[in-house]
Design a protein around this ligand. Structure first.
Ligand code: UDP
Length: 219
Protein backbone atom coordinates (compact mmCIF):
# COMPACT_ATOMS: atom_id res chain seq x y z
CA UNK A 1 0.00 0.00 0.00
CA UNK A 2 1.37 3.43 -0.92
CA UNK A 3 1.16 5.99 1.86
CA UNK A 4 0.40 9.68 1.98
CA UNK A 5 3.32 12.06 2.20
CA UNK A 6 3.17 15.26 4.25
CA UNK A 7 5.47 18.25 3.84
CA UNK A 8 6.39 21.39 5.68
CA UNK A 9 7.43 23.61 2.76
CA UNK A 10 10.30 25.86 3.88
CA UNK A 11 13.12 24.49 6.02
CA UNK A 12 14.25 27.78 7.50
CA UNK A 13 13.21 29.65 10.66
CA UNK A 14 9.45 29.41 10.50
CA UNK A 15 9.49 25.95 8.96
CA UNK A 16 11.55 24.70 11.90
CA UNK A 17 8.91 26.08 14.25
CA UNK A 18 6.06 24.50 12.30
CA UNK A 19 7.63 21.05 11.85
CA UNK A 20 7.13 19.89 15.47
CA UNK A 21 3.50 21.02 15.33
CA UNK A 22 3.00 19.07 12.10
CA UNK A 23 4.67 16.00 13.62
CA UNK A 24 2.46 16.19 16.70
CA UNK A 25 -0.67 16.67 14.60
CA UNK A 26 0.16 13.55 12.57
CA UNK A 27 0.95 11.63 15.77
CA UNK A 28 -2.55 12.45 17.05
CA UNK A 29 -3.90 10.98 13.81
CA UNK A 30 -1.73 7.86 14.12
CA UNK A 31 0.48 8.76 11.14
CA UNK A 32 4.21 8.06 11.64
CA UNK A 33 6.84 10.81 11.35
CA UNK A 34 8.52 8.92 8.48
CA UNK A 35 5.72 10.20 6.27
CA UNK A 36 6.66 13.77 7.09
CA UNK A 37 9.41 15.74 5.35
CA UNK A 38 10.65 19.26 4.83
CA UNK A 39 10.50 20.51 1.25
CA UNK A 40 12.84 23.31 0.27
CA UNK A 41 13.94 24.58 -3.13
CA UNK A 42 17.36 25.60 -1.82
CA UNK A 43 18.26 23.04 0.83
CA UNK A 44 21.56 23.51 2.69
CA UNK A 45 21.49 20.11 4.38
CA UNK A 46 19.73 16.74 4.06
CA UNK A 47 18.11 16.69 7.47
CA UNK A 48 16.92 19.43 9.80
CA UNK A 49 16.09 18.60 13.41
CA UNK A 50 15.96 14.92 12.48
CA UNK A 51 13.53 15.35 9.58
CA UNK A 52 14.47 14.69 5.94
CA UNK A 53 14.71 17.68 3.58
CA UNK A 54 13.63 17.06 -0.02
CA UNK A 55 13.74 19.35 -2.99
CA UNK A 56 10.33 19.89 -4.54
CA UNK A 57 11.23 17.63 -7.49
CA UNK A 58 12.24 14.85 -5.08
CA UNK A 59 9.01 15.31 -3.15
CA UNK A 60 7.06 14.94 -6.39
CA UNK A 61 9.04 11.85 -7.41
CA UNK A 62 8.73 10.08 -4.04
CA UNK A 63 6.16 7.31 -3.97
CA UNK A 64 2.96 8.54 -2.39
CA UNK A 65 -0.77 8.01 -2.75
CA UNK A 66 -1.43 11.66 -1.90
CA UNK A 67 0.84 14.59 -1.16
CA UNK A 68 0.02 17.33 1.35
CA UNK A 69 1.99 20.51 2.00
CA UNK A 70 1.76 23.35 4.48
CA UNK A 71 3.55 26.48 3.30
CA UNK A 72 5.69 27.61 6.24
CA UNK A 73 7.24 30.65 4.58
CA UNK A 74 6.38 34.06 6.02
CA UNK A 75 6.68 35.93 2.69
CA UNK A 76 3.11 35.95 1.39
CA UNK A 77 4.00 36.47 -2.27
CA UNK A 78 6.19 33.36 -2.21
CA UNK A 79 3.39 31.55 -0.40
CA UNK A 80 0.96 32.43 -3.19
CA UNK A 81 3.39 31.29 -5.90
CA UNK A 82 4.02 28.00 -4.13
CA UNK A 83 0.30 27.47 -3.50
CA UNK A 84 -0.32 27.80 -7.25
CA UNK A 85 2.48 25.37 -8.07
CA UNK A 86 1.21 22.84 -5.54
CA UNK A 87 -2.37 23.13 -6.83
CA UNK A 88 -1.18 22.52 -10.38
CA UNK A 89 0.64 19.38 -9.23
CA UNK A 90 -2.24 18.05 -7.11
CA UNK A 91 -0.35 18.63 -3.88
CA UNK A 92 -3.12 19.19 -1.36
CA UNK A 93 -3.10 22.22 0.96
CA UNK A 94 -2.54 21.12 4.53
CA UNK A 95 -3.61 22.99 7.67
CA UNK A 96 -1.41 22.64 10.74
CA UNK A 97 -2.84 23.60 14.12
CA UNK A 98 -1.03 23.44 17.46
CA UNK A 99 -2.67 21.21 20.04
CA UNK A 100 -3.49 24.10 22.39
CA UNK A 101 -5.18 26.41 19.86
CA UNK A 102 -8.57 27.69 21.02
CA UNK A 103 -11.32 28.09 18.40
CA UNK A 104 -14.79 29.18 19.51
CA UNK A 105 -18.09 29.25 17.55
CA UNK A 106 -18.53 29.66 13.81
CA UNK A 107 -14.89 30.40 13.02
CA UNK A 108 -14.25 29.52 9.38
CA UNK A 109 -10.61 28.93 8.52
CA UNK A 110 -9.44 28.68 4.91
CA UNK A 111 -7.20 25.93 3.56
CA UNK A 112 -3.48 25.72 4.29
CA UNK A 113 -3.47 27.75 7.52
CA UNK A 114 -0.91 27.54 10.29
CA UNK A 115 -2.10 28.23 13.83
CA UNK A 116 0.92 28.28 16.12
CA UNK A 117 0.80 27.51 19.86
CA UNK A 118 -1.28 29.79 22.11
CA UNK A 119 -3.24 31.29 19.24
CA UNK A 120 -6.97 31.85 19.39
CA UNK A 121 -9.80 32.43 16.96
CA UNK A 122 -12.92 33.57 18.76
CA UNK A 123 -16.46 33.52 17.35
CA UNK A 124 -18.16 34.35 14.05
CA UNK A 125 -15.14 35.15 11.94
CA UNK A 126 -13.84 34.31 8.47
CA UNK A 127 -10.26 33.69 7.48
CA UNK A 128 -9.00 33.10 3.93
CA UNK A 129 -6.41 30.75 2.45
CA UNK A 130 -2.88 30.16 3.78
CA UNK A 131 -3.22 32.31 6.88
CA UNK A 132 -0.36 32.33 9.39
CA UNK A 133 -1.02 33.08 13.04
CA UNK A 134 2.30 33.01 14.83
CA UNK A 135 2.54 32.28 18.58
CA UNK A 136 0.27 34.16 21.02
CA UNK A 137 -1.83 35.87 18.32
CA UNK A 138 -5.59 36.15 18.24
CA UNK A 139 -8.40 37.06 15.86
CA UNK A 140 -11.56 38.21 17.65
CA UNK A 141 -15.28 38.15 16.83
CA UNK A 142 -16.68 39.20 13.46
CA UNK A 143 -13.31 39.75 11.79
CA UNK A 144 -12.87 38.99 8.10
CA UNK A 145 -9.31 38.10 7.12
CA UNK A 146 -8.30 37.66 3.47
CA UNK A 147 -5.91 35.26 1.73
CA UNK A 148 -2.17 34.99 2.45
CA UNK A 149 -2.36 37.19 5.54
CA UNK A 150 0.50 36.89 8.03
CA UNK A 151 0.43 37.55 11.77
CA UNK A 152 3.82 37.71 13.50
CA UNK A 153 3.88 36.68 17.19
CA UNK A 154 1.56 38.34 19.66
CA UNK A 155 -0.84 40.14 17.30
CA UNK A 156 -4.02 41.32 18.98
CA UNK A 157 -6.69 41.69 16.35
CA UNK A 158 -9.87 42.86 18.07
CA UNK A 159 -13.45 42.46 16.87
CA UNK A 160 -15.01 43.77 13.64
CA UNK A 161 -11.74 44.22 11.77
CA UNK A 162 -11.27 43.49 8.06
CA UNK A 163 -7.77 42.53 6.93
CA UNK A 164 -7.34 42.27 3.18
CA UNK A 165 -5.16 39.82 1.22
CA UNK A 166 -1.39 39.78 1.74
CA UNK A 167 -1.36 42.15 4.71
CA UNK A 168 1.46 41.61 7.21
CA UNK A 169 0.91 42.40 10.89
CA UNK A 170 4.11 42.73 12.92
CA UNK A 171 4.97 41.39 16.35
CA UNK A 172 2.88 42.72 19.19
CA UNK A 173 0.70 44.97 17.06
CA UNK A 174 -2.70 45.89 18.48
CA UNK A 175 -5.62 46.55 16.16
CA UNK A 176 -8.50 48.54 17.61
CA UNK A 177 -11.91 47.02 17.23
CA UNK A 178 -14.25 48.29 14.55
CA UNK A 179 -18.01 48.61 14.80
CA UNK A 180 -20.65 46.26 13.44
CA UNK A 181 -21.24 47.31 9.83
CA UNK A 182 -18.34 49.76 10.07
CA UNK A 183 -15.21 47.66 10.45
CA UNK A 184 -11.68 48.96 10.81
CA UNK A 185 -10.03 47.99 7.48
CA UNK A 186 -6.40 47.11 6.90
CA UNK A 187 -5.91 47.25 3.14
CA UNK A 188 -4.43 44.75 0.75
CA UNK A 189 -0.68 44.29 1.14
CA UNK A 190 -0.43 46.76 4.02
CA UNK A 191 2.30 46.32 6.63
CA UNK A 192 1.70 47.06 10.30
CA UNK A 193 5.01 47.54 12.12
CA UNK A 194 5.87 45.74 15.33
CA UNK A 195 4.23 47.21 18.39
CA UNK A 196 1.98 49.50 16.37
CA UNK A 197 -1.39 50.46 17.79
CA UNK A 198 -3.76 50.71 14.85
CA UNK A 199 -6.70 52.99 15.62
CA UNK A 200 -7.97 53.77 12.11
CA UNK A 201 -8.07 52.27 8.59
CA UNK A 202 -4.77 51.50 6.87
CA UNK A 203 -4.78 52.07 3.09
CA UNK A 204 -3.76 49.25 0.74
CA UNK A 205 0.03 48.92 0.42
CA UNK A 206 0.77 51.37 3.25
CA UNK A 207 3.22 50.73 6.08
CA UNK A 208 2.23 52.10 9.47
CA UNK A 209 4.18 52.29 12.74
CA UNK A 210 3.84 53.68 16.23
CA UNK A 211 1.09 54.52 18.70
CA UNK A 212 -1.26 55.65 17.32
CA UNK A 213 -0.06 54.05 14.08
CA UNK A 214 0.90 56.51 11.35
CA UNK A 215 2.31 56.06 7.84
CA UNK A 216 6.00 55.26 7.79
CA UNK A 217 7.68 57.59 5.32
CA UNK A 218 11.02 56.33 4.08
CA UNK A 219 14.12 58.58 3.89
N1 UDP B 1 12.04 28.75 -0.16
C1 UDP B 1 11.70 27.74 -1.02
N2 UDP B 1 11.12 28.07 -2.22
C2 UDP B 1 10.90 29.35 -2.58
C3 UDP B 1 11.24 30.39 -1.69
C4 UDP B 1 11.81 30.06 -0.46
O1 UDP B 1 11.90 26.58 -0.72
O2 UDP B 1 10.37 29.58 -3.69
C5 UDP B 1 12.66 28.40 1.13
C6 UDP B 1 14.06 29.01 1.32
O3 UDP B 1 15.04 28.18 0.71
C7 UDP B 1 14.17 29.08 2.83
C8 UDP B 1 12.72 29.27 3.29
O4 UDP B 1 11.89 28.93 2.18
O5 UDP B 1 14.69 27.88 3.36
C9 UDP B 1 12.39 30.71 3.67
O6 UDP B 1 13.13 31.06 4.76
P1 UDP B 1 13.30 32.52 5.36
O7 UDP B 1 14.29 32.41 6.45
O8 UDP B 1 13.53 33.50 4.24
O9 UDP B 1 11.87 32.87 5.94
P2 UDP B 1 10.97 32.31 7.14
O10 UDP B 1 11.40 30.94 7.54
O11 UDP B 1 11.12 33.29 8.24
O12 UDP B 1 9.63 32.34 6.53
Amino acid sequence: MTLSLFAVYGASGYGREVMPLAREQLRRQGIPAEQLVFVDDHPDVQTVNGQRVLRYTEFMQAEASTRHAVLAIANSTIREELAARCAEDQVLPWTVTAANVVILDDAVLGEGAILSPFTMLTSNLRIGRHFHANIYSYVAHDCVVGDFVTFAPGVKCNGNVVIEDHAYIGTGAVIKQGKPGQPLVIGRGAVVGMGAVVTRDVPPGATVIGNPAKPFLKG
